[in-house]
Design a binder for this molecule. Structure first.
Ligand code: FAD
Ligand code: SF4
Ligand code: SF4
Length: 489
């Protein structure tokens, strides 16, 4: 048992996991949420949040915290929430997480904090993500989340390539230290995959827009519709700024290598989801209006088993598809996506065909069916995952007039894309960055988020952004006033 915070509740008011059942915020009924793109959970009421927070066992070694990529001080903010000290709970949550209300909504908690909560096995883990969202939304409602006001302004400037979570987290932390910060993004809106990848039913766009507005008010300058590599080379950006952060994500979608993959009606998940998000934001798109990227009335087959595939199947349901099937070559226990998302999809009427892989896409000009083969799981590969192997004679066809490929992303040719041939990359094509400092092979250029890790999670992007900001600060402070300046901060 941890020592209670000063003024916190006594031990008997916590550790309620034996008497209080785990309850997630109420989910809207599947038949209702199938018809719209609004978030599926209602927010906690204050009494619910306090009761759920009070279930925490206040572990001496909190495994929830160990498995949170940001090392959030979870037991302490649960204790503060349980005792109604919500302002302090927010301060504590915000000390380690730049966007707690976003992580609370979209972290795969079943694989991170909640999945490692010690009471998970016998009683059901504490609803950490929902409490984190509650604390932060309450702080917004009380006017506690305000734009950054640096104590001193500095002359040095940092250019950030990419306005996704890694770039935004770094921007916030650098502005807090008084640097001039400019973010360049090739898109028209701020947020990267938070806006154009992740659907509204997981993360409503106004949640991201609210953060973007706060950053702009705090002095971060956004240059939208600005593609580095097209509108300026990386070298030119480096001339403009004292340091540069690359936070440009990974966008080269993996493609199916089977006959028929070029048929009309075979599309990429990122194009499909971006179109859906744009339409939700009020944009008009020719490919959506013409039906190319609209699932309405179609038999949809989504190929893949990750979170992107789950987002596609659930988007197709909401667009009014006739049927939605997810085809995945491994089984439920070996899929990369979150179990929670699969459960949501099943409730919403998605059919899963496990242990099956596409062999060909059939059709005459446009796709009409997916020809698949059943798989069995064989020996483990170098990563320890069982390799799927086709079962002879098990071929079957699935009717399909929209096939969505959700097979993951690679970085593509980053040096070419950024017009920086001298930038070193790894053998996977991600930007090579020092493990501790996130410095790249080029002086004054750092990197963070998916472009370093490969396709990952928002919470890791935030962590990288924060760490890169600290490294940039150390780099710039050392140049401005050698040694002493860094030590003083
Ligand atoms: P991004 O969010 O990709 O942002 C990169 C930005 O850089 C983009 O805005 C892009 O326009 C810009 N950019 C790229 N190249 C250039 C250039 N040359 N010049 C200027 N700008 C450029 N993670 C979760 O934790 N939970 C989820 O539920 C979840 N769901 C996901 C669903 C989908 C469909 C996808 C694709 C990913 C999902 N992820 C999820 C992963 C998560 O979104 C990413 O790991 C995270 O957004 C990475 O952040 P980032 O800042 O590194 O990159
Ligand atoms: Fe859990 Fe994510 Fe919040 Fe960490 S940031 S406590 S992993 S929801
Ligand atoms: Fe509380 Fe669970 Fe974390 Fe233990 S592991 S401190 S019970 S949230």
């Amino acid at each position: 048992m941890r020592r209670p915070l000063e003024g916190g509740p006594v031990a008997t008011e916590l550790q309620k996991f034996v008497t209080v059942a785990r309850r997630a915020p109420t989910k809207r009924p599947a038949e209702v949420r199938r018809r719209d793109f609004a978030e599926i959970h209602r927010a906690f009421e204050p009494a619910e949040a306090a009761a759920q927070a009070a279930r925490c066992a206040q572990c001496g070694i909190p495994f929830c915290q160990v498995h949170c990529p940001l090392g959030n001080n979870i037991p302490d903010w649960l204790m503060l929430t349980a005792s109604g000290r919500l302002d302090e709970a927010y301060e504590m949550a915000a000390a380690t997480n730049t966007f707690p209300e976003i992580c609370g909504r979209i972290c795969p908690q079943d694989r991170l904090c909640e999945g490692n909560c010690v009471i998970e096995a016998g009683f059901g883990g504490v609803t950490i993500g929902a409490v984190e969202t509650f604390i932060t939304e309450t702080a917004f409602a009380r006017g506690l989340v305000t734009p950054v006001r640096p104590r001193r302004e500095r002359a040095q400037s940092v250019g950030i390539v990419g306005a996704g979570p890694a770039g935004l987290a770094a921007a916030e932390r650098l502005r807090r230290r008084g640097y001039r910060v400019a973010i360049y993004d090739r898109y028209d809106r701020i947020g990267g995959l938070l806006v154009y990848g992740i659907p509204n039913f997981k993360l409503e766009k106004q949640v991201v827009a609210r953060r973007a507005a706060l950053l702009a008010e705090g002095g971060v300058v956004f240059h939208s519709n600005f593609a580095v590599g097209r509108d300026a080379s990386l070298g030119e950006l480096r001339q403009r700024h004292d340091a540069v952060l690359l936070a440009c994500g990974v966008y080269a979608a993996r493609v199916l290598m089977v006959p028929g993959a070029g048929l009309a009606g075979v599309v990429q998940a990122i194009d499909y989801l971006t179109a859906s998000n744009r339409v939700g934001l009020g944009d008009r798109l020719a490919d959506f209006d013409s039906g190319v990227l609209d699932a309405r009335g179609k038999d949809v087959v989504v190929i893949g088993g990750g979170d992107t595939a789950m987002d596609c199947v659930r988007t197709a349901v909401r667009q009014g598809a006739r049927s939605v099937t997810c085809l995945y070559r491994r089984d439920r226990d070996n899929m990369p996506g979150s179990r929670r998302e699969v459960a949501h999809a099943e409730e919403e009427g998605v059919r899963f065909v496990w242990l099956a892989a596409p062999e060909a896409l059939l059709g005459d000009g446009a796709v009409r069916a997916v020809r698949a083969v059943r798989m069995r799981l064989g020996g483990a590969d170098v990563d320890g995952r069982q390799t799927p192997q086709p079962i002879a004679g098990s071929r079957f066809d699935l009717a399909c007039d929209l096939a969505i490929q959700a097979l993951g992303f690679d970085p593509g040719d980053v040096p070419a894309a950024l017009a920086a041939p001298e930038l070193a990359v790894t053998r996977w094509g991600t930007v090579k960055a020092d493990f501790a400092t996130l410095a790249t092979s080029l002086d004054g250029i750092f990197a963070a988020g998916d472009i370093v890790r490969g396709a990952s999670l928002v919470v890791w992007a935030i962590r990288d952004g924060r760490e890169a900001a600290d490294s940039i600060h150390a780099y710039l402070a050392a140049r401005a006033a050698p040694a002493a300046a860094v030590a003083a901060e």
